[in-house]
Design a protein. Sequence first.
Length: 165
Amino acid sequence: LEQGGMTAPEFRAHLESAEKSPEKIASAVLRLPKTTLNYRPAPDKWSILEILAHLADTEIVYGYRLRQIIADNDPTLAPIDQDAWARNLGYSEVEVAEMIALYSLNRRANLRLLKRLDVEDLEKSGFHPEHNRRVTLAELVERIAAHGASHLQQIERLKQHITTQ
Ligand code: NI
């Protein structure tokens, strides 16, 4: 994170892009046939369905982390292994509509909490054992704002890959 932290306009821009993600993801996967949803480009790569489950679950993780940092005193964040979650939590068996609904509602609730904050609050942090350092709310906000967009690109690449086969 650059010196001086996040400015108010940057914060607003991040919240705005974070707000648009669920709808963009929803329209990208609307009416996709099952074969497309389940298609894996390689045995160790996620299908679109698994990406949707990852988006829904990650929003729960973001939500817990930001609640810890906002509300708790000196919290420690729990690291997750996202491939282990995909393997062990049945990501390939989920329902598209349920994942979109979970992602949308948790994202909305997370943004509601973030919108109450002033930019100074974004310097609050929690200890991340995996990185062995403190992670600020500002960093978390940047991640939340970028997460949907990067997986949207991944979904579009997968759709492209399937149609050009
Ligand atoms: Ni991700």
